[in-house]
Design a protein. Structure first.
Lengths: 306, 306
């Protein structure tokens, strides 16, 4: 019984040392130097090379090292029927929500306007606020937390998701109610999971339906956004601005038009970063659950892709 | 029985129209064109010329047009023993808290760092957060709301005030516990009332006691801050930055060093602006309470200056 870590370009020594602290008997190997593939029953992965999971004939569990599993499900050679777990980290939720609320308040209280005023030494007290209603697309762990906290701040906010929900705490729209949802909000936050259905969801067709001047915040995945449509949507003033943390290609190439766009604020995929201190113990817990034939924590429903 | 509005440089027609909508019998005159000073029993004031309230021999109530009354109490020729009321506007609290939380989150999530990265096309994912504990000086209506909402966001926050408080919901320090309070926080928000005791409170002596690198947010009054000490405190790195909404002189003169200071973010006294729609009815309510010998709403304790 061993763990294989398959996370090229990721610093994994910190993870291994947490694994060993929790269980000094644990056998860990790191891709591509895996000497005994037949012993591997748990694969711990982040952006693994597609097909690489086929090397393990006795694989019983695939653990994402982050909150998303889209990078796993996207593998056309993913071994079938193996449970997949993800990280649920309260600290990760804290970071994500704080980032999103920062983005919302910076639009509401017009920070970029006042930064310009400071540069130009302008004193102008007129119209200090933009009234906002926030729409959150994707109401899972992260989107739900954003709605809870906006509600605590007294900021009007509603949610939108794929399927109906019973007993949801907040105003909620789903499926074909998208037009209705978009007409009620002027700040749109994307926290959708990335699936075949949601890829490219933030596109011109959607922007045309938005309340004119809607402010977009995308903190989910780069692939949710059709990037050239964002530029067009801003030009046509369907949108008044955007704050982005994720991109189709990361790091974002220097020649990408977002860098110089005056209406786009950007951060380098830092809205939330999984901390190994919180995440590694969750993986060890599932490793022990496998050993002891207990149910896994934070197993994803792979038919829905999240 | 009449109302005198004494608010030079303020647009008051909107206020008068709300007064008349509520009571079309009400008699309102606007300073300096007050023809029957002996009839005035209610003065509605904002930055009134000192001494001007002595013109009304039958004055029975002074209403501030905003949440502060320091501009009234600062008048050395203030008629003695006349009740003073202020505006308490939930919308005003909403605005102030949103502004303060924006300032806190922009420090926590380093918006100014990422703005620079965007300008310079830098992709750097390292250290995306600064861990924060927020200290709020002044825990009245506004400071209390900031503490409540930080707590809802899960952001550690503690309060500091002049006197002991029983049954306060949050960790609270007072009086001589200032050093202890300052040692526990790295974001300091000033929401103190302006009194003789608190004027100039944000000075070098206090900055020296702060956790090194503390971030300062002043949204109370310009006179709370010794402005030259802020520059020194930033130079000596007692403070890492500041967000200011209020200044000793407003509008801030073009030659003021704050404009060009890279560590100071500034807004032109817009954190909260009293909206006449919410404020004018509160003044009319107290006008009617005077008529009907009922207690006043939001009367200040003038011995404490707030």
């Amino acid at each position: 019984m061993s763990i294989a870590i398959i996370a090229p370009n990721k610093e994994v020594n910190n993870w291994i040392s947490v694994f060993k602290t929790i269980d000094n008997q644990v056998d860990v190997e790191v891709y591509p130097n895996i000497t005994k593939p037949e012993k591997v029953d748990v694969a711990v992965v982040w952006l693994h090379p597609h097909g690489s999971l086929m090397d393990f004939p006795n694989l019983k569990l695939i653990c994402s090292m982050g909150s998303g599993v889209d990078h796993i499900i996207a593998d056309p050679e993913l071994p079938k029927g193996i449970p997949i777990t993800r990280i649920v980290d309260p600290r990760l939720t804290y970071s994500m929500t704080n980032y999103v609320i920062m983005g919302i308040l910076n639009y509401h209280r017009q920070i970029f306007r006042y930064i310009k005023y400071k540069e130009e030494k302008i004193w102008d007290m007129s119209d200090p606020e933009i009234d906002i209603t926030v729409g959150v697309m994707g109401v899972g762990q992260l989107g739900g937390d954003v709605l809870d906290k906006l509600s605590a701040l007294g900021i009007p906010a509603i949610g939108y998701g794929n399927s109906p929900k019973s007993n949801f705490k907040h105003s909620y729209y789903y499926g074909s109610q998208l037009n209705d949802f978009l007409s009620k909000v002027n700040v749109l936050v994307c926290l959708l999971p990335l699936t075949e259905k949601t890829e490219g969801r933030l596109n011109m067709e959607l922007f045309e339906k938005c309340t004119p001047g809607t402010y977009l915040i995308n903190v989910a995945r780069g692939k949710h956004l059709v990037e050239e449509d964002l530029i067009k949507g801003l030009d046509k003033e369907y949108l008044s601005g955007a704050m982005l943390d994720v991109y189709r290609q990361e790091p974002l190439p220097k020649e990408h038009p977002f860098w110089d766009h005056p209406k786009i604020m950007m951060t380098p995929h830092i809205a939330c970063i999984t901390m190994y201190q919180a995440a590694a113990p969750q993986i060890m817990e599932n490793y022990h659950n496998l050993k002891n034939k207990l149910p896994f924590k934070n197993q994803v429903n792979s038919s829905q892709g999240y």
